[in-house]
Design a binder for this molecule. Structure first.
Ligand SMILES: Cc1ncc(COP(=O)(O)O)c(C=O)c1O
Length: 471
């Protein structure tokens, strides 16, 4: 069968999959064992025979799709993964087919030009000076910069490496120094501590900032944390704030923290992996007011910007910081050449890199800014409506009024019941929730990512939970 015929089969199957998912005809999640799936998918035999085409491809696809977690299902409320726009998914497909590994311009001029454009687009949203597309003007005047990375964890690590280099440019060559510290609220995403471990800063050198009972940074206590660290001879690599926190979806007071960091000369990193998308909404962007005071910001397009996984942006206020951190030597890549574009290679960790900008661009260009804004507003509104509804139920409790589209709640029952409820919902297959710990107690957690999810689905969820016999 031809590429075209196989492709048509893939599209037909995906269309059926999409309709079954939004129509709730199939379970939102179906978990079989690895052993069963290996057998059902017939993996070994396909590789042996090289027969994945025509009917065999069709059969494989049906089994594969039946064993996916259906993000398009309105009962999908679990994790911060975007519901991909179909045009964005076509971007992934085109990128996979053309395979333009665009870190050097000559390996993907269109892909690199789009990444450049998308980085600038985000820089402008923050209020920073974009990169000059006339490459001969690069670094001839102060401007900002950025790079798209394979995910927010890598974007956070890239930001912390730039911050470390800014603090002490000898570390890259000599190895790390034991007196350096990151200040971050405990509610920071685990990728911050992980990056500290990997980069040699050390997980134990991520010191917690004082926070309120909901885990938000208390601005009036920043000075105490700072003085305590400095008093013990620590040098501060960066202070990290959440926009928003993974567990609760709450935003730290960005503007006030920015003032503090700027006054002390501390690198200010805003982790906006999830909630940085608030910049796209006139109403929600007050939540990230003052974000321009940061030195680095990350935003995951594959979370609230409807882009297929993965595509994160790392943005830095001063382009020199990326240049000085990541310029490297590799004779086969870095040499004098005619280059009408820009090599992203010297701006981050990755060498071979997918054309991440294409799916990001295609998603936004298919939706248009107004629809992205409406989507963000609607999901943030739905979280507030769900909060009002669930808070009014006598057998449920909701610990935090949401600021974004993340909402934690629980039955008035012990921790193990929350876990059993989640397990039963997954088994039953109408709703898929996540769970988190807050202040030592276990909660169910919903993230409203799906534009098809409405308040009536949440009312159905509450009724379904009440019907679970374990309660
Ligand atoms: C606040 C925050 N930062 C970073 C990350 C990590 O992003 P990624 O999953 O793209 O690596 C997440 C993921 O949920 C997050 O919520």
């Amino acid at each position: 069968m031809s590429f075209y015929d196989n492709g048509r089969q893939v599209l037909n199957n995906l269309e059926t999959y999409y309709n079954e998912s939004i129509g709730k005809e199939k379970k939102v999640i179906r978990q079989q064992s690895i052993k069963t799936l290996h057998k059902e998918l017939d993996l070994a035999s396909h590789i042996k025979n090289g027969d994945l085409t025509g009917e065999s491809l069709d059969e494989f696809l049906k089994t594969y799709l039946d064993n996916t977690t259906r993000l398009h299902h309105p009962g999908y409320l679990a994790h911060q993964v975007g519901i991909p726009h179909p045009t964005g998914a076509l971007g992934s497909f085109i990128d996979g087919f053309t395979n333009n590994a665009m870190s050097i311009y000559e390996m993907g001029p269109a892909a690199a030009a789009i990444e450049f454009f998308m980085v600038n687009y985000l820089l402008l949203k923050i209020g920073w000076e974009p990169m000059p597309p006339d490459i001969e003007n690069r670094l001839t005047y102060p401007h900002s910069a950025g790079i798209l990375t394979h995910g927010g964890s890598l974007a956070n690590m890239t930001a912390l490496l730039a911050a470390r280099n800014h603090l002490d440019s000898t570390i890259r060559e000599n190895g790390t120094s034991s007196d350096i510290t990151i200040l971050a609220p405990e509610a920071s995403h685990y990728s911050i501590a992980k990056a500290a471990g990997i980069t040699g800063i050390g997980e134990k050198n991520v010191r917690p900032l004082a926070t309120d009972s909901h885990g938000r940074v208390i601005v009036s206590k920043l000075e105490t944390s700072f003085q305590a660290a400095v008093g013990q001879g620590r040098r501060i690599v960066a202070l990290v704030a959440n926009a928003c926190a993974t567990g609760t979806g709450l935003y730290d007071p960005i503007s006030e923290i920015g003032d503090f960091c700027n006054e002390k000369g501390i690198w200010f990193h805003v982790d906006g992996a999830h909630g940085g998308a608030a910049l796209f909404s006139k109403t929600c962007k007050t939540l990230v007011k003052g974000i321009e005071k940061a030195d680095s910001v990350i935003i995951d397009a594959h979370k609230m910007l409807r882009t297929p996984t993965v595509c994160a942006a790392l943005l830095v206020k001063d382009a020199l910081d990326l240049d000085q951190t990541f310029q490297s030597k590799a004779g086969y890549l870095f040499h004098d050449k005619k280059n009408p574009g820009f090599d992203f290679l010297g701006q981050g960790m990755e060498c071979t890199k997918a054309g991440l900008g294409l799916k990001f661009f295609m998603t936004l260009a298919a939706l248009g800014e107004k629809n992205i804004e409406a989507y963000i507003d609607a999901t943030y509104d739905l979280a507030r409506e769900a909060f009002d509804y669930i808070s009014a139920q006598p057998d449920f409790e909701v610990p935090v009024k949401p600021e974004s589209n993340i909402l934690c709640f629980r039955l008035k029952a012990p921790d193990d019941v929350q876990i059993r409820v989640r397990d039963r919902l997954i088994e039953e297959g109408s709703f898929y929730l996540s769970s988190t710990e807050l202040k030592g107690a276990r909660y169910l957690r919903m993230v409203f990512m799906n534009p098809e999810t409405k308040l009536h689905h949440i009312k159905d969820l509450i009724s379904s939970i009440r019907e679970i016999p374990v309660i």
